[in-house]
Design a protein around this ligand. Sequence first.
Ligand code: DC
Length: 231
Amino acid sequence: MDNKRIIIAIDGHSSCGKSTFAKAIAARLGYIFIDTGAMYRAVTLYAQENGAILNGIVDEERVEAMLKDIEIDFRFNAQRGASDIYVNGDLVEGKIRTIEVSNSVSAVSSIGAVRQMLVAMQQQMGRKGGVVMDGRDIGTVVFPNAELKIYMTADAMVRAERRYKELTAKGDNVTLDEIYENVVSRDKADMSRAISPLRKADDAIVLDNSYMSVEEQMTWFDEQYQRVING
Ligand code: DC
């Protein structure tokens, strides 16, 4: 076993299984997994619950003014084998993945002050290495020197079908059409925003998992990881 604890940056499109993949890698390596999308979702939820998003319209100035009142932290949940996210001490893990939050999160994450606050937190959390961080700008902005960068993607309809299954299994009342629409519009918003748009870092390796099982993805990962560790 080697003792080198690196930073693994995973970026890519919405709903392509980044978190599942990142969580599996972290468990395998004994690393910390940080889901940065959950942080943008938590800020969105807080804004929604505190009147800064009305009828889907995000009041950027109010969101910005609220940031000082938002304290985010992660606490490990042994049952889930991953960390749960808390806002001001309240567990919000179960409330941040609704379609309402998904529909506003791109707008909230395009606000400069939001990104500034969350990027600084992410850099602090990952500074010692031994982390797998997933998001949109990890390999480009948060950790441009990460030793291993992976850019994940999958066909948009395959992604919508996966998310649809997840949400309906939880009992959410959604249609495949609305999920597909959300996936495509978030891709567009994430890739075209002015600050830190989603893009592949020049030194990232692409993983298209449209037709790959989690096991196949792990085999692929092991090869990439060995290549980096063995230099
Ligand atoms: O990974 P996710 O779908 O839970 O992310 C939710 C949203 O947060 C996504 O639409 C874009 C934004 N996001 C971001 O802008 N930067 C990140 N590092 C992570 C997520």
